[in-house]
Design a binder for this molecule. Structure first.
Ligand code: TRP
Length: 331
């Protein structure tokens, strides 16, 4: 599988189905780049345990769900390697080495970790939670990835990965690659409530696995301009959630929709119907692709992907141990 192509590594925690925010933030980029780069997609089940250590009964189901989402958006398992983090123990070995030269304060100041701790109501942090960005540095660098397509919130982690790799290469030998983040065209997609980023935990998401009717219902109930009661009232697209979606999913019609909304010639009901239809046009091919894979196909894809990925990780670890001069029996 190894080629001269540059590599991509990216990943997700298996904590539920993927939604449109994931699609525009990162998945679309992964699909677009999978032919140009040698791509690895890591299902970060150990990282999921940092917040869900007592909900591990869902991991099995969520790993299958997320893989099915990957296949639905068009990641091709023949060319993109989909793998499971916990089954590549070399990642945890590398994390341990990184932890020897990484200061606790650097981890404490990570803004994404702080935000997530607040969201989960953590008064104290576990060692694993505080340290997960370092484990993510290992996820990325064990594959010598050049590029990491992620949502905006992941940028601090990629910055850390660059620093850690640089430090390792200076301390020992230059065997690792400094990665770069690639943020999608829409780094933050607003949720159906119009208040916050689309997110599973806020219940404001449209899932890639939603059926056509569910999409229509969700769009129908989305928050729009609260000042608009009658269809003929002039609207304010700049504060409307649905208008945000038109800008992302229906770019061609934006000028006419904006004008019609402002002059009160199109009502919210029609505007929402149009949006739901556009979303269903995007999701329909995903529904068809998803149908093609049975549960046992998905398991086979995970087994062979994890095997391929582990071989790459083992090769990097040989170089790492050599660089650190801890390959005692090797020479
Ligand atoms: N932290 C990412 C998230 O919460 C998931 C993740 C784990 C990841 N390992 C990664 C992303 C490596 C990019 C690269 O979504």
């Amino acid at each position: 599988m190894s080629t001269d192509k540059k590599r991509i590594l990216t990943g997700d925690r298996p904590t539920g189905a993927l939604h449109l925010g994931h699609y525009v933030g990162s998945l679309a980029n992964r699909v677009a780049l999978q032919n140009e780069y040698e791509s690895y997609i890591l299902i970060a089940d150990v990282q999921a345990l940092t917040t869900h250590w007592d909900k591990d009964e869902n991991l099995r189901r969520d790993i299958l769900q997320i893989t099915s989402d990957y296949l639905a958006v068009g990641l091709n398992p023949e060319i993109s390697t989909i793998c499971i983090q916990s089954m590549i123990p070399e990642i945890h070995e590398l994390t341990m080495y990184y932890s020897m030269f990484t200061m606790v304060n650097v981890l404490r100041h990570n803004p994404t970790v702080k935000t997530e701790a607040a969201q989960h109501g953590f008064k104290e942090m576990t060692y694993g939670f505080l340290g997960y960005p370092l484990s993510q540095c290992a996820d990325i660098s064990i594959f010598k990835a050049h590029l990491v397509p992620v949502g905006e919130d992941q940028i601090p982690h990629i910055e850390l990965a660059r620093k850690v790799v640089r430090r390792f290469n200076e301390l020992y030998q230059p065997v690792l690659v400094e990665p770069e983040a690639l943020v999608g065209e829409v780094p933050r997609l607003v949720g159906l409530d119009g208040k916050a980023k689309m997110s599973k935990s806020l219940g404001n998401a449209i899932y890639l696995s939603d059926d056509a009717k569910t999409v229509q219902e969700k769009v129908k109930n989305a928050v729009t301009d609260p000042a608009r009661i009658h269809k003929t009232d002039p609207g304010h697209p700049e504060i409307c959630t649905i208008f945000e979606y038109h800008k992302v999913f229906n770019r061609a019609e934006v000028p006419e929709i904006e004008a019609a909304c402002r002059e009160g010639s199109i009502g919210c009901v029609a505007c929402k119907k149009n949006m739901a239809a556009k979303l269903n046009d995007l999701l329909e091919p995903m529904r068809e692709r998803r149908e093609k894979y049975s549960e046992s196909d998905i398991k086979d894809i995970l087994i062979s992907g994890t095997q391929r990925a582990r071989a790459v990780a083992c090769e990097t670890m040989r170089e790492v141990r050599y660089a650190m001069d801890i390959d005692y029996f090797g020479r």
